[in-house]
Design a binder for this molecule. Structure first.
Ligand code: G16
Length: 548
């Protein structure tokens, strides 16, 4: 395609600092003139400055979760990337690439990086949310140092480069030229399947379904629909209809594509019926989060990580030689720590955000990682991976010929149980919430040695993390109150919201027995946190907006 290169003058937007996972804002914000262009040009300017001055021999990958504005954003990113000199640009057919599939494509094709259009589990639509995330050469989300440099560029940007050219047909696989760049529209599934094929025994999983195992997989009208159909119903021969809400929709059918009790209500209902399937699972809009259910039983994300770690070497060929280590984000339950101890492998505690796992995996320190926010994954890619987690559970159930409930009970019997809950207070005044965190930061260290919720406070601080690989330090990552009976209260502000502030409070109490009532077991910790955070006094809230 003959195209005219353009240098377009622009002025900075003040609000382009990426959060926990990329830049997330209201879709209408992204639809303002040059909003996408400024951010994308800032990504390229910062990468160029960091030692990749010439993009002509480099590949860039582009794709998204299919939400409203995905295609428009992709068309403009293709032109900016071509104008900035990329030799080759790969884009998922239909503009689709799940977040873990993006990671797989970057790694398999040796790309410089990728640009993902997603606001993950946040709703989609003109009145909802949109996001842009940059992934680096290892396939993982850009670390903080990189996102801060991108942000610095957004503050001073004066121009972006683009081309005057017609749009690329995103629905037809094949190669076209855009200026000097070759743009290839690729199958969004095959690289990802090739990576999973190196880990799982697909024959054994086919055998499970052949023996009548019943799974319901809720794709929540997000990007995993086509992946679920191809992998579960296609390759593994699960019956047609195993995948529900399998068509990606721009507004996710009007719901939040967030795999939890509220938003996957139909799946919960089915799993509580007398003739419920053997297993239920759901993924979020971009396919990196997952939820696992058994008959009438919910597997908490912390337990899911711990169970996968416990069984990986025995049930999943890709981990047959054992795990090098495991990692979890700080608020995530300590269930996996106990498994790591039993396996004799290290367990790392990182701040919230998958990007913190990248260095641990790249340096061979850890194999499995997970977060309380419904994320589990391994070093096969550098993102959390919803369908991978489903295949892990299927492999464990196929290997042990046990149900989800039996597997979980067996785990609790051996390792004890982390009773765990997260309480979210959404839509708080952001300045007031920041003040609260500042006050607590000053106050909590003095709690050490005092008594709280029937136990002594062993330690209390604002979590700070030193990356063991590059020595970078991330401070102010959340208030931790650690009790001497293993219980924990954690409080931090969400980094993914698009309006006001959300306070997340996490409660964990470890007990040897598995069958105690959850709410009652955690009640003393909840009560203590109420006093410490003074939520009612500060915000007039008497109960959380969401309990997970
Ligand atoms: C993102 C990050 C996760 C993080 C989660 C919650 O998930 O990738 O690492 O745990 O946000 O973050 P916060 O508590 O700051 O809202 P996703 O699935 O939204 O990309």
């Amino acid at each position: 395609m003959e195209c005219q290169g353009l240098i377009v003058p622009t002025t900075p937007y003040e609000d382009q600092r990426p959060g926990t996972s990329g830049l997330r804002r209201k879709t209408r914000r992204f639809m303002q003139p040059h909003y996408v262009e400024n951010f994308v040009q800032s990504i390229f300017d910062s990468v160029r400055e960091e030692g990749a001055p010439d993009f002509s021999g480099e590949t860039l990958v582009v794709g998204g979760d299919g939400r409203y504005h995905n295609r428009e954003a992709i068309q403009s990113i293709l032109k900016i990337a071509a104008a900035n000199g990329f030799g080759r640009i790969l884009v998922g057919r239909g503009g689709l690439l799940s977040t873990p599939a993006m990671s797989a494509v970057i790694r398999r094709r040796g790309a410089l990086g990728g640009i993902l259009l997603t606001a993950s589990h946040n709703p989609g639509g003109a009145g909802a949310d949109f996001g842009i995330k940059y992934n680096i050469r290892n396939g993982g989300p850009a670390p903080e140092g990189v996102t801060e440099r991108i942000y610095a560029h957004t503050r001073v940007i004066e121009r972006f480069l683009t081309l005057e050219a017609p749009g690329v047909d995103l629905d037809r696989e094949g190669t076209v030229r855009l200026g000097d760049a070759e743009v290839a529209v690729i199958d969004p599934i095959s690289d990802y399947v090739a990576v999973l094929g190196g880990i799982f025994d697909f024959d054994a999983l086919r055998g499970l379904f052949r023996d009548g195992f019943r799974l319901v997989f809720d794709a929540m009208n997000g990007v995993t629909g086509p992946y679920g159909r191809a992998i579960l119903e296609g390759m593994l021969e699960a019956p047609e209809g195993t995948v529900i809400r399998g068509t990606p929709l721009e507004d996710f059918g009007g719901g939040h594509p967030d795999p939890d009790r509220r938003h996957a209500g139909e799946l919960f209902r089915r799993m509580s019926l007398p003739d419920a399937p053997d297993m239920g699972a759901a993924c979020d809009g971009d396919g990196d989060r997952n939820m696992i259910l058994g008959r009438g039983i919910f597997v908490s994300p912390g337990d899911s990580l711990a169970v996968i770690a416990q069984h990986a070497a025995g049930c999943i060929p890709g981990y047959g030689s054992g795990l090098r280590g495991v990692a979890r984000s700080m608020p995530t339950s300590t269930a996996v720590d106990r498994v790591a101890r039993a396996l004799g492998v290290p367990c790392y505690e990182t701040p919230t955000g998958w990007k913190f796992f990248g260095n641990l995996m790249d340096s061979g320190r850890c194999t499995l990682c997970g977060e309380e926010s419904f994320g589990t994954g391994s070093d096969h890619v550098r993102e959390k991976d919803g369908i991978w987690a489903v295949l892990c559970w299927l492999s464990i159930l196929a290997g042990d010929r046990a149900s989800v409930g039996e597997t979980l009970l067996g785990h609790w019997r051996r390792f004890g149980r982390s009773y765990f809950q997260r309480h979210d207070y959404a839509g708080l005044d952001a300045a007031q919430a920041a003040r609260m965190m500042d006050e607590l930061r000053g106050h909590v260290p003095s709690l050490a040695g005092t008594r709280l919720a029937d136990a002594a406070v062993r330690d209390a601080d604002d979590f700070s993390y030193t990356d063991p690989v590059d020595g970078s330090v991330s401070r102010n990552q959340g208030i931790r109150i650690l009790l001497d009976d293993g219980s924990r209260i954690v409080g931090r502000l969400s980094g993914t919201g698009t309006e006001g502030a959300t306070l997340r409070l996490y409660f964990e109490r470890v007990r040897p027995e598995g069958g105690l009532p959850l709410e009652e077991t955690l009640a003393p910790l909840v009560e203590a946190a109420r006093g410490l955070f003074r939520i009612e006094e500060r915000f007039g809230r008497t109960s959380p907006s969401v309990v997970t």
